[in-house]
Ligand binder design. Sequence first.
Ligand code: 8YV
Length: 317
Amino acid sequence: LYITRRVPEEVIAPYREYFTVDMWHKEEEPVPREILLREVSDSQAIICMLSDKMDKEVFGTGKTLQVVANLAVGYDNIDLKEAAKARVVVTNTPGVLTESTADLGFALLLASARRIVEANQYIKADKWKNWSPYLLAGNDVHGKTIGIVGMGRIGEAIARRAKGFGMDILYHNRSRKEEAEKRIGATYVSFTKLLEKADFVISVVPATEETKHMFNLEAFRKMKQTAVFVNISRGSVVDESALLEAIEAKEVAAVGLDVFAEEPINSEHPLLNKTNVVCLPHIGSASVETRTKMLQLCLDNVKSVHQGKGAITEVKQ
Ligand code: 8YV
């Protein structure tokens, strides 16, 4: 088993009796492509992450490869067709990260609406000399309407949190989710209606051909000028230049982004330099507890495939 980042030994230790584990030695830096290809060529299993492009070249190189376990619920970094051709099982980490990702989504929503980051910067820049009634006044969250785009596990977990804030819940999804509607009291609406009615629009859709740039200029123009837009899914669902244009034209009030078209971004990124935009480095599922559960699920998948029992959470094409 080769793991493409450095991960804590205590999580790996219980699995060392089942397979030989080797890993890239840096925690934050991705494994260089040539090393990935070399490791793939003599491994039976790989645990990889979203910045590792698992494409035709990788699957062509991995003659002994049996399983690729992605440390994420999204798997847009993996070419499933090539994996199937090479008879490699692909797994992801659904379920274990739902609540942490919803927590982060809500944190971003609150931070953007109530200008939390800007307010913190304000003190750090020694600007707090006085108090005035509308100093750093933001938008209320409680009692407003949230529009959740993508009603999967994470969408539903966000809806539960929104309910606690007394919000009205609208959602849009490829297909209507009647069971979820009953559980959380959400209303299914068209994408256009959601954009027009919601005070908070949050994207939780996976990256697919269908969702690419679904948040374009037309979409941002349909939103209320007081709307807050939050994206915790994938950067590809947003046309970033359109978002920038919408922010500059005051078509939206505030934005919270955990994901970007090209990651990582740096301090020059134009969206980062807007005071009403809160940017995070793709940390939706990044709690110590959840990352450990994700890693264990990857390891359990590898172990299960290795023992001939099949994967636990296989991604089917
Ligand atoms: C991952 C995510 O941690 O699960 C996903 O799809 O985006 C995050 O939870 C991230 O992709 C790192 O692989």
